[in-house]
Design a protein around this ligand. Sequence first.
Ligand code: SDX
Length: 386
Amino acid sequence: MSNDLHTGFDETKYPYINKGLEGIVAFSTTKSSIDGQSGELIYEGYNIDELAENSTFEEVCFLLWNDRLPSQEELDALQEKLQTRRELPQVIIDYLHSVNKKSNPMAVLRSAVSMLSESDIDLPDDSFYEKAINITAKMPTIIAAFSRIRSGEKMVAPLSEGSTAYNFLYMLNGERPGEQAEKTLDLCLILHAEHGMNASTFTCRAICATMSDMYSAVTGAIGSLKGPLHGGANTAVMNTLLELAEQGENADAVAFTKDKLKKKEKIMGFGHRVYKVFDPRAYHLQKMAKKLSEETGQERMYKWSMDMLNTMKSEKNIDPNVDFFSATVYYSMGIQPDLFTCIFAMSRISGWTGHFIEQAKNNRLVRPRALYVGEKNKPYVSISER
Ligand code: SDX
């Protein structure tokens, strides 16, 4: 039998290949715990529902970087550092003005964050906490600036006051956001901050484990999050809903969903490698999506979402994940769909850097094996005889 993987290699003969590392425990961590059967998510000992109710994104950043909640003084100090480090170096502003306006925002973010490393050139390599703050402070500015520049608008400089959520909406829209909009985005940032060994965090830790730098690890993580099977799903969810909207006000979301399933298409925003029940984050996002869609006259969008949700449950017994309702929330806030994954990234930077700090404290090179399925000892044939 040919060993060629592409001509019917029978992987079941090698059950020890866990495709996609499914079920493999490769690290120990205190950053978060995910129970896929009960739908429980815990950050550093605190249930996500408690944090959603009582915390802020900045407090969650401190928690993920220090393994504990801050005192008021410590939180104020972190806030002050984040507020005073939002400005971008000129080299990045020049890049944002020169890059192709049609570029994918996640590709622009990935390149800009990679360029950020030179702004920390005088920091000792192991200043992980300060670098985490610097990158977390600047990512929202990069995203908002590119969004405005590509639309022909002037960049809006960050304020030296206010939360990450407040400043992002201010820099994006050019006007100070209302309290509700700030609270909504802050809650989204809390919900997206950390999620165990997801693909982008694994990427970050694998790069950290070679003793490479935090900017390389975060650049790799952004590249991983960009994919539609991971963070890119929220933009894909919005594109699906907009595709449905093209069928008019009375579009049939149930038939639309069934048709896609019949064509063996993956419905973005549904399913999860770990959660086999409703993603606990989706509960909070669903509430926000319902409220915002009513306030902005987008009830149709929410109704279609519920029709899709019920169809996926009845047809495939598959539940929504974090990306499904976040799409409607961001859309109702007037944010452009191709920026949704960037918002995921400007939150998950806290989890990525938290894992980086944890990995660096107890490091071991990440290097799994691969089963060779090719031929062996083939005789070399000179090119004239091929
Ligand atoms: C995130 O890991 C994390 O924690 C990620 C994340 C985080 O916070 O970091 O939670 C964020 O990335 C959420 C996931 C966003 N991605 C999507 O919404 C893309 C759509 N979802 C699927 O591609 C899928 O559910 C994955 C990739 C998320 C998980 O897939 P698995 O674990 O590899 O499962 P699978 O693809 O093998 O599917 C198992 C079965 C298959 O059916 P059969 O072929 O066995 O009949 O379920 C079906 C799949 O076809 N299935 C779906 C589906 N998801 C799974 N069918 C239709 N639509 C879907 N969305």
